[in-house]
Design a protein around this ligand. Sequence first.
Ligand SMILES: [Zn+2]
Ligand SMILES: [Zn+2]
Length: 322
Amino acid sequence: MRFLVFVLALVASVCFGQQDLHDTQCPLCAMDVIPSLNQSFKGNQAVYACEMAGHLETLANPASNVLRGAVALSGSTLEPPYTRAHMGCPVCGSTDLKYSMRWGSQGNQKLYTCSKEHADMILADQKKYYVDNGVQLESNGFCKHASVMFDGFQSSVHSTCVKLFFQPWVLNSSVKYAFGFIGIVCMGILLEWLGEYREEVEKKFLDKYGITQSMDQEATLHDNSQPSQAPLLVSTAASSLIQPTTKIIQQKTIKLPLWCTIVLSVLYMIALTMGYLIMLVAMLYETGLFIAAILGLGIGFYLFKETEQDEMSGNIDPCCST
Ligand SMILES: [Zn+2]
Ligand SMILES: [Zn+2]
């Protein structure tokens, strides 16, 4: 019985004795890794990737040549984060590890082997030593994982899924992606419409509820109060010194009642929220959804902008314009 417990403990330590994932960085960008994003190798070894779209695919793809040549280990213990890992050579399973191959130029990940020959065998055919035969590479679905970070403009089709606005909103099927696309187009149209609608409401409010306040202001204009206009001063100096010109300026201001300004403010806040959401879509760097955002704003402009107006202007910056 005691022997059985010992064997179980040994098996468990071999199976679960992993590297310290809190201290493991992505070989491509040195960001912290996500434990679920990994490509495991035989011998209880693995390479881990960060959340950035496409980084795991790059690591698992032998053609990207991220794995560097073998270097002999200097000491008998492995470097962090592998100090407590129970690993074996992916080729022969030997736990007597003598060589390491560095993953990329960033981070601290390595692949260990028993000998230079076995390291070269892995470099020659990396995929052969994958535990799951590199199933992660073949995407039979629409896309996999989920990310809000794309490394430059990319499409999520057959690549990393888009996480749109909220944690559970992962567009991981063609139907969900289509809904996302249509939703963003609609948001763009709605934002353009809202801009026009807000202007109309403001005009109506001013016509209906605006209270005109006129204030008569007596302004005394001394020509010599403007020292910057030197030539003018010279020509009129003589007359103005004798009689300062006095003008009555009538100022008209239209004030809206409080509830009208509140309604206009709420409309403004709704437009601002939508503008920011569209900006977040653009910042995803997902090609399809970026096109959806631009398409929506374009259709909205076409449908709702008053083309008879002398000046046609759209909101170039959807988030920050008033
Ligand atoms: Zn990365
Ligand atoms: Zn070996």
